[in-house]
Write a protein that binds this ligand. Sequence first.
Ligand SMILES: [Zn+2]
Length: 337
Amino acid sequence: MKRIACVVIVGGLAGMCPDAPKPIDIIREAITADGIRLGVTELASDEMGGRFFRSPFAEKAAKWIEARFTAIGLGHGATADSFRQAIDEDPETAPNLIARIEVTGKGTGFIVISGHYDHLRPKRSGADLIHNGADDNASGVCGMLAVAQAMQALIAKGEGPACTILFIAFNGEEAGLRGSKAFVKLPTVPLSEIRAVFNMDMISRGAPREIFIDGGPVGDPVVAALKVANETIQMKLRLNEHPDWLDRSDQGPFLSKGIPAVLFSVEDHADYHQVGDEVEKIDAALAAETAQLVALAALNMSKESFVPRGMAAKVAEPVAPAAEPKLAEPVAPAPNP
Ligand SMILES: [Zn+2]
């Protein structure tokens, strides 16, 4: 798609195009509360059975996410012809799902937008048995999908990201971060080239317009980008108040490898890991605004220069000393006391 042509009036407001939509306007149009609610309604329905690890329900959710990736027009990110990254050899285990928006000829590196799609097995007794996991974590998956939609809209208007973006729906988070651990063990892109990880896990049940963001010292570059983006979004950011959350979701394995990563989350609530975590109770506007914040920060970050981690250090490293022992150099005489 072409940019909207601008007539630049000589001597007028050179360079300004009054009709061109700003990236934030494109993002706000693409990421809406209604869109998030619709997605969560499907992904957290009783038919999805709680999407628990190693179940046909997780596989059903995986197929739903693959269909969304395809509808949004994303490329395969696991292999050349698949979204599926196996996380172990058990045939019952549904995979991680990885999609990408390829950006060629511009910036280097990769930005990861993620959320886990698995949840919990049903309760054994009671009136309601199914752990729907609307907030945990259909909200994060739908936030991730909404960011993908926004990136596609930005590209269509000539305002797209300057580096490749990966969209990952992790499996096995509730079973011990199984999917994200598998990813960092056998990554589909070099870990040193991952610029940032934006991991959303429970983004729809808290105080209005307020989100907790935790990445610790390693996550600081991502937080810096989020602070700038938030000058536009204007949410209340609760930064690094929960060091106890750093290894509690899928950002953990990335942080442990020194990759700048952050978690977006709300505080544990009354329905946390309960059958009452249902779509009727989510604040879809909170999830949408969080996804807008992620989209804008990731877009801005993609345009910054980037050197793969480890490369800068290598360039600056002193030349290794020669293997041959040097002749002893004359020692400067000690000054007289
Ligand atoms: Zn979760």
